[in-house]
Design a protein around this ligand. Structure first.
Ligand code: ZN
Length: 1017
């Protein structure tokens, strides 16, 4: 025992001496005066006006991110970020009073790496003196409606790490700054709080909400962003900016603006100082009326401004001089160069109490008929590609850790996760995954993701080769969803490797395109696996368009251990025509069922008619069909607003049905039962129930959406049930906590509803549900989508949009997606997963289900026979983690350390069984790694947890924050409470001898000899 303690102590010392170097602490010549210490003094008895010079640089929108950086394609939009940074640094050096904030690290990083040492030192000095300050600091400014928290945490971590590594603690932003996203998610506020931000500012909120808040002076508040986390853990001071993020009217001095400069030479024509001062004082006094304190903020800048920063600064210098000069004449207004954090510090010093906010800021409307609820669904194919890319990236990160150095340089060449990390970070931008960019920019985001995945594939192949001992070339099939995979279509013998990125074993149905009619399949233990061969559906053959020639699909169920893989061998037994019983029957069955669910169909229409949970013996009436809303073309007496990439505005509140009946084929065998529904040449669906599944799958295929009638169409899938939902439904926030939505209602103001459909749409990132006392129907989605519950018992989800007009919010293109393969309009395929449970236990099904959809197994193939020494099964974990625990992040940090995030995936009180604290032993986590040291960080991993001190804010309700959390049982044994995410930096060493494999001993067990020699620290 004593030896053990001593060993831990030595390891701890080792760990501290080599890992304490992070976050990088710069030791400048003089002690830095950045952060709150660098703020200009204010005047207590006066109205202090904080001028914040800033630029808003979209990480892609009308131009690609690189076109924006270089200032290329200025014919589309005049914007060049490299010139902005050149010019601002130059101007900051001319006057030490001047300030500038910079936000988007994707751009700053591009600029920084092209600078000389001299310039880099100059910029470091500006940062150390607080003259150049980073705010927000993620790789981009995320969209809030269509992003998943896992990808947001990653992109923030990447941007903030760059700032930390480059500038030390003076590079750490104090303020979150989402001035442009189109509505604000509660989960974002919760994440920002856990990332250590002291406050948050944004520009856009519903116009009715804004006017009420202005009248009540409630534009600044305390947002309590979690119902599960103990306050103040998810409390975030939140402020609404006065002019969006633009300067006040008449005070824009960018080269892109036309406002008059300050002409202050009385000897020349058009002297205007008195006029400018009078107008400015008037604006300042008016603004002060709608805020609570004697401090107000003005954003002096806008999109891609400051390319010629001299114009702005020369006029701002004069403005400050002449307005403050009036103080000698009795003016009580004091103007100063400032930053959001300096403004925040003054608000904090007032020691006031602030109104408490508990819901979110969706949906966002800027006028009565202008609801920004279309982008929840815009570009559904890109939204799915972004989501599956997140799954690929997490797998890539895990296999980089499990494989060690050989993953980056191995038998298949040089691989990396960095390319994919950057591509995913860029894709989180509020004009990327949101679908509000121009078509060529959407193509650029997708190209970056594809390139990222190509780099990851090399890494994955290297690691799987190292872990399995087989260097057989590994084949990736990315079109399995449309039954395309050249290897399985032609090979007589191949193996299937299923890698599971979750911390618990997962069972998963596999469908492989094949041309044989019978196959034998064996698992990692050589045991035969039940399989079936069924014909490829006509809908699938039509979608793949010559990209594959399989006539059949081979179906079987696979399993893989946590953070590990299992290998299945497949051999062709028989060619020729499929057996007659494999062919689908041309009629609807009365019912299909497995041991968990039973679904009935209406024999007249072919539509769903009921859903039963056989375990809980509950049944609801349930029908489902497809409809489309006619997108407004603006020719409307109420408003000329059209439906577009941002805005959803149907012409009428009644959607058009695509077909009242569906043509049906039914297929039933030992692996799956499916009812193939055909509604029209552009809408089909498969209702699918796998033998082992607790969820009913609705695989929809929509497109090309016809526009020959000159009508834009917004296509929905609508579920109508007997559930008495009383005008209420629930949606998730960024894939985590659930929020209640009530029809024609907002929790914080009296809504005047002006758009009965679009005004009741909300973002759905991973799930939505309706419920009554007995029944809860939950729908898990495979990407972010918009949806609503317009009638009681009904839940509709928008799947696809094809529009003929631009909605005049800047993108300048109708959302009318085509491609080389689909010149007549994009076809999109996806899945909705339905579960029915009593409300009290519903989370026990939908939490793991949604997790399996977000992080899906990676399937790879090798051709021919495997070498007999191949290790067929592997787990990177020593044991399964408790069901409540999700391994959110396992990612290589540097040579000896790994970033680990453990998450409790249940909300407080949503599950009797799982909404309990759980503990995890960090030393007993990995099977291939020894954990030598551990240190806890904030959520974004740019600060040690024990150094995280945030400004505290008081809510008007007067409540006191609850006592702090209890400690962990030990340094290695950590507690997780509902919805908690804990972030650790682990110092690790690859084990020379792996533990025995997780589950079953593989038949050919050579797993220890194949690893590369590991340098022992
Ligand atoms: Zn923007």
């Amino acid at each position: 025992m004593a030896t053990l303690v001593y060993t831990q102590f030595v390891f701890l010392l080792l760990f501290q001496s080599s890992v304490w170097g992070f976050p990088v602490r710069q030791t400048p010549q003089e002690s830095p005066t950045c952060g709150y210490k660098s703020c200009h003094a204010t005047k207590p008895g006066m109205l202090n006006v904080h001028l914040v010079p800033h630029t808003h640089d979209d990480v892609g929108w009308l131009k690609t991110v690189d076109q924006y950086f270089y200032g290329d394609r200025n014919d589309i939009q005049h914007a060049g970020v490299q010139y902005i940074l050149d010019s601002v640094v130059d101007q900051l050096l001319k006057n030490p009073d001047r300030r500038f904030i910079y936000v988007e690290t994707a751009f700053f990083y591009r600029w920084w790496k092209r600078q000389t040492d001299d310039m880099q030192n100059t910029v470091k000095q500006l940062v150390n003196e607080g003259r150049l300050e980073f705010v927000n600091g993620g790789w981009c400014m995320s969209d809030e409606a269509t992003t998943h928290y896992s990808a947001v945490v990653d992109q923030m971590t990447m941007g903030l790490r760059f700032l930390n590594d480059t500038f030390g603690h003076c590079g750490r932003p104090r303020v979150a700054w989402h001035i442009d996203p189109f509505g604000h998610a509660r989960e974002h506020a919760s994440m920002f709080a856990q990332m250590g931000y002291d406050g948050f500012f944004f520009g856009r909120l519903d116009y009715q909400d804004r006017s009420r808040r202005m009248a009540a002076r409630e534009q600044e508040m305390l947002w309590r962003a979690s119902e599960s986390l103990t306050p103040p853990m998810a409390d975030l001071f939140t402020g609404i900016l006065p002019n969006g993020y633009n300067p006040p009217e008449g005070f824009c001095w960018d080269q892109s603006c036309d406002d008059p400069p300050i002409r202050d030479d009385p000897d020349l024509e058009d002297y205007n100082v008195d006029d400018v001062v009078t107008r400015f004082l008037s604006i300042a006094h008016t603004q002060a009326l709608v805020y609570k304190t004697n401090h107000i903020i003005m954003t002096m800048g806008s999109d891609f401004q400051y390319e010629n920063a001299n114009l702005w600064y020369k006029n701002l210098d004069k403005l400050i001089h002449y307005v403050n000069q009036q103080q000698s004449n009795g003016s009580k207004v004091n103007v100063l160069y400032s930053t959001p954090s300096c403004y925040l510090q003054e608000l904090h010093r007032t020691n006031l109490t602030w109104p408490l906010k508990g819901d979110d800021f969706f949906p966002y409307a800027d006028s009565a008929h202008d609801f920004w609820t279309g982008y929840f669904t815009s570009r559904p194919a890109l939204k799915r590609y972004e989501r599956i890319s997140n799954s690929y990236l997490q797998t890539c990160n895990q296999l980089e850790v499990l494989g060690g150095p050989i993953s980056r340089k191995g038998p298949f060449g040089a691989g990396d996760s960095e390319t994919m990390k950057k591509a995913m970070a860029v894709a989180q931008h509020h004009d990327a995954v949101s679908g509000t960019e121009k078509q060529h920019v959407a193509n650029d985001y997708a190209r970056r993701l594809a390139n990222g995945w190509a780099h990851c594939q090399v890494l994955v192949s290297n690691t799987l080769s190292s872990l399995s001992g087989s260097s057989a070339p590994r084949v990736y099939c990315e079109h399995l969803n449309i039954s395309v995979c050249p290897l399985t279509e032609t090979s007589k013998k191949f193996s299937v490797n299923v890698y599971n990125p979750l911390a618990r074993p997962v069972s998963w149905p596999v469908r492989l395109p094949v041309n044989g009619t019978a196959y034998s399949i064996s698992d990692a233990n050589g045991k035969a696996v039940d399989s079936q061969v069924v014909p490829v559906s006509q809908a699938t053959a039509a979608v793949r368009r010559g990209r594959g020639y399989a006539v059949n699909e081979l179906l079987f169920q696979v399993q893989a251990p946590p953070l590990g893989y299992s290998t299945y061998s497949v051999s062709l037994l028989q060619n020729g025509a499929p057996s007659p019983q494999a062919s689908p029957l041309p009629r609807a069955p009365k019912a299909v069922q497995n041991k968990f669910l039973r679904v009935t169909f209406d024999p007249e229409t072919g539509l769903l008619s009921s859903l039963s949970n056989l375990e809980t013996q509950q049944t609801v009436k349930l029908s489902q069909n497809f409809y489309w809303y006619n997108a407004s073309d603006g020719k409307n007496s109420e408003s000329i607003q059209m439906s577009g990439a941002y805005i959803f505005r149907p012409n009428t509140s009644t959607p058009f049905i695509i077909s009242k009946t569906a043509k049906i084929e039914t297929l039933q065998n030992s692996v799956v039962q499916e009812v193939r529904q055909w509604f029209s040449p552009w809408v089909s669906q498969v209702v699918r129930l796998y033998t082992d599944s607790r969820a009913l799958e609705l695989e929809w295929t929509v497109g090309p959406v016809p526009i020959g009638d000159d009508l834009g169409k917004e296509v929905i899938s609508r579920l109508d049930s007997s559930i008495n939902s009383s005008g209420v439904f629930y949606t998730d926030s960024n894939g985590r906590e659930m929020l209640q939505r009530r029809k024609d209602y907002r929790p914080t103001w009296n809504l005047r509803q002006s758009e009965p459909i679009a005004g009741n749409y909300y973002p759905i990132n991973s799930r939505a549900y309706i419920k009554d006392d007995k029944d809860q129907l939950t729908v898990v989605t495979d990407r972010s989508q918009g949806g609503g519950s317009i009638q009681d018992g009904s839940l509709e989800i928008m799947l696809h949009r094809r529009l003929l007009y631009d909605d005049v919010r800047g993108v300048g293109e109708p959302l009318n997606e085509t491609s080389d393969i689909y010149p007549e309009g994009l076809v999109v395929r996806g899945r909705l997963l339905l579960s029915l449970s009593p409300p009290a236990t519903a989370a026990d099904t939908h939490r793991p289900l949604a997790q399996e959809v977000v992080l899906q197994p990676l399937i790879t193939f090798t051709d021919g026979e495997l070498h007999p020494n191949t290790r067929l099964e592997f787990s990177g974990l020593q044991a399964v983690l408790p069901p409540a625990v999700h391994l959110l992040t396992v990612s290589q940090w540097d040579q000896d350390s790994v970033l680990l995030r453990l998450e409790h995936q249940y909300q407080a009180s949503e599950s009797k069984e799982h909404s309990q604290p759980v503990s995890v032993n960090l030393q007993k986590l990995f099977s291939t790694l020894d954990v030598l040291g551990v240190s806890e960080m904030n959520l974004s991993a740019n600060q040690w947890k024990d150094e995280m001190t945030r400004l505290d804010w008081k809510a008007e309700s007067g409540e006191k924050p609850l006592p702090k959390r209890e400690g962990d049982p030990s340094m290695w044994e950590v507690n997780l409470k509902p919805m908690e995410i804990r972030t650790f930096l682990l110092r690790v060493r690859q084990r020379v001898n792996h533990q025995p494999p997780f589950q079953n001993e593989p038949i050919t067990n050579q797993h220890c000899s194949i690893n590369q020699p590991i340098p022992v620290a």
